[in-house]
Design a protein around this ligand. Structure first.
Ligand SMILES: C[S@@+](CC[C@H](N)C(=O)[O-])C[C@H]1O[C@@H](n2cnc3c(N)ncnc32)[C@H](O)[C@@H]1O
Length: 246
């Protein structure tokens, strides 16, 4: 991991490049790296590539596990600095991350994946981990969660960035989101996705926030095991009730 971060930190951005390479703090990126390695999350999808820093983190963590599958999706392959440029810089092979630029956005890409994975009306999940760090808006991210939830394997994890963020916090919001309503600008929209979408989803649990409330985590339940347990629990409860009455 140290080698990767040394390499990322040594990347020299082009003169007058207006971007910010590290859109997540480095301690959060290190946490994600270690989380993937510790939990052996070998099949990962990132929704919102940005300039590719977190894609490289996920790609390098999966490489440390001996390989797997990493897909990162953005509407654009940003000019000058992007996932492909950074992958080359940090020494990740071209085929270690599938860098997807889909102008229609990740929800259309997820629709295609769902279609590919669906046979006889049943979707076979693909991923152990999803990092959702894209639009930061209720629309399209509530839908993104619903779609990717189907593609997460039982036991798989989702991490949602910017739970404690609203669009008005962008220093240049007037330029980027000047035509938005006050409600859209001032609502913590990823918190809405997390609290109303993720935490109320019957298939998810292990909810917790890290990085001062910035990243929201959830794990897809091992549903079959859970259902068996709850049936077993119900039988035990019925048994003990009838036992108490006699
Ligand atoms: C905050 S950046 C991602 C940062 C990256 N995860 C990192 O920390 O290095 C958000 C990215 O999401 C992309 N994005 C926003 N809405 C999208 C959508 N509906 N589909 C695909 N990409 C989207 C933007 O183009 C932008 O590059």
């Amino acid at each position: 991991m140290e080698k990767l971060f040394a390499s990322l930190n040594s990347f020299v951005t082009p003169d007058n490049w207006p971007g910010e390479l590290f859109l997540l703090p480095q301690d959060a990126m290190r946490y994600i790296y270690q989380f993937i390695v510790d939990n052996k999350l070998q099949s990962c999808i990132e929704l919102g590539t940005g300039f590719g820093a977190t894609s490289c983190v996920i790609g390098a963590a999966v490489r440390e596990l001996g390989g797997g599958q990493v897909i990162t999706i953005d509407k654009y392959l940003h000019p000058h600095v992007n996932a492909k440029v950074l992958m080359r810089h940090v020494g990740l092979s071209d085929d270690s991350i599938d860098v997807v630029a889909e102008i229609l956005g990740y929800n259309w890409y997820l629709a295609d994946l769902l279609q590919e994975q669906t046979h006889n009306g049943v979707c076979t999940p693909l991923f152990d981990f999803c990092l959702l760090d894209g639009a930061h808006e209720w629309e399209p991210d509530a839908l993104a969660f619903s779609l990717v939830a189907k593609l997460l394997k039982p036991g798989g994890w989702i991490a949602i960035d910017d739970i404690n963020f609203c669009l008005r916090m962008i220093p240049t919001w007037q330029k980027s989101h000047g035509n938005y309503t006050d409600r859209e600008l001032d609502t913590f929209q990823m918190r809405m996705v997390y609290e109303l979408g993720v935490q109320q989803h019957p298939d998810f649990g292990d909810f917790h926030l890290t990085h001062e409330g910035r990243i929201g985590w959830a794990r897809k339940k091992h549903i079959v095991a859970d259902r068996k347990t709850s049936v077993a629990e119900r039988i035990v409860t019925l048994f003990s009730r009838s036992h108490t009455k006699t």
